[in-house]
Design a protein around this ligand. Sequence first.
Ligand SMILES: [Zn+2]
Ligand SMILES: [Zn+2]
Length: 518
Amino acid sequence: MIVSAEESINHPTLFFHCSGRDLPDYAHKSFDSFLVENGKIIRRDFGLETMSRFRGYTQFDLGGEVVLPAFADVHTHFMQTGLMLVGCRLDRARSLDEVFDRLHTFAAAHPDLKWILAWNLDESELQENRLPTVAELDAVLPAKNLWLSRIDLHSAVPNSHAMAWAQSILPSAALVGGRFCMETYAFLSTRLQADLPVDFKRRGLELARTSCHEHGIGTVHALEGGDECLNADVALVSDFLLEPELHGVIYHQSLDPTFALQHGWNRLGGCLFIDGSFGSRTAALCESYTDDPENNGMLYKSRDDVEELLRCCRVHDLQLAMHCIGDRAIDFLTEIHVNAFEKFGPPPLPHRIEHFELPDDTALRRVREASLFISVQPAFEALWGGIGRMYDKRLGAERVLRTNPFRTLLDCGIPIAGGSDSPVTPLDPFLGIDGFVNHPNPDERIDLNSALSAFILEPHRFAGEDADRGRLGPGFRADFVTLPSDPFLTTPSKLRELRTSRLFLEGRPVGHSPSKGV
Ligand SMILES: [Zn+2]
Ligand SMILES: [Zn+2]
């Protein structure tokens, strides 16, 4: 029996007519047919469809496409991604006028919304090279609450209505450099998110899942919550990710393990900030910012805080993930990790550092000594790396050559997994793969096979789920994508344009099925 992609599959299925790829070498066609039973692969080979003993299986023709294990994103903020997708998007705006136009159009199309949430503003890409002012935003939207988030989610600009709301819940709330930043931003953005209606959030989560399907992502690591007032949101995301159409791993971004332990999550953290970001000039640097010579960023946590957190994770056998970007912050955190490793021994799963953008040689040695996992966001390089771009403006000619040293990390034997930090960059593994393979610094480019593995197998390894995810051998879940073109026959500069055509989870097509109206 031949079935189409629109039909769901509940019985043993023979997938055939594909160019099957798996590690150790995704460039090599290692099977063209495979058997799936109860959601798992039981056999893969060449020409299984020609064997009489498999005639009773449902047969599924994959049309000669390339098959890879499904993509996984090691670092997303899933609720915030959803809120971005139901809000006004400002990515790729090139002028303040374009920003104001988009705000105006969005508000006109959504007259019922009390709050207009605008996302992904990158003023370094605007011809004016600055954020809009409160007065300018008032002129566009005088009657609504407007919250305009910078792309790195480390600062935001309000209009006067939103400013009045901010000062009503935090009387000391004040703009620094024309925006809310650091603790003020964190407090206010948290409260704002907590107060949004649940059906609005649920709609956002559905859009985020659709975006995963469109990009062949079957697993996300969702780094969620923080403040206690967001615990209900974390539970909402966790329940949502238990639905069968997307697998998720929750990291609760809290210093308090209680909620994680209650839910049986053997991990804690996420974007738990050791420092800020280059974009907002809050990442902690050893030398000051090139475009702000009085400022070298800041550390958001004390040594005691981090040591206590690692002690707590040791007591409860939790993996810990922390956000750390600048060289001074990386120095600080890796030293504490080495001390903890010597004192406590290896945790059940290696701890993670998120971003790890400007390490020096000492930090690399410490990462190996403490057996850490490094979660990287190569799309950052694709968007902001290299001469003349934002990292260059912030860091200058010498340091911009040292950002995100992927090749060096791999050469040191350090495990790296790829993530988008969505909504900071889109849920698009090929944008990340482009950042890996076409790093602006040619010395730090990695080969396509390693780049794919960082977005396929490695995220599962980081979560301790690689026993049955991330490969397509017998015993593994039949989570896979099909691609109309072969990444290994694609010009490197065109990799970011590649798209998957279908996604299957446990042997069932998800996402694009027209019968589901997605
Ligand atoms: Zn982060
Ligand atoms: Zn993040």
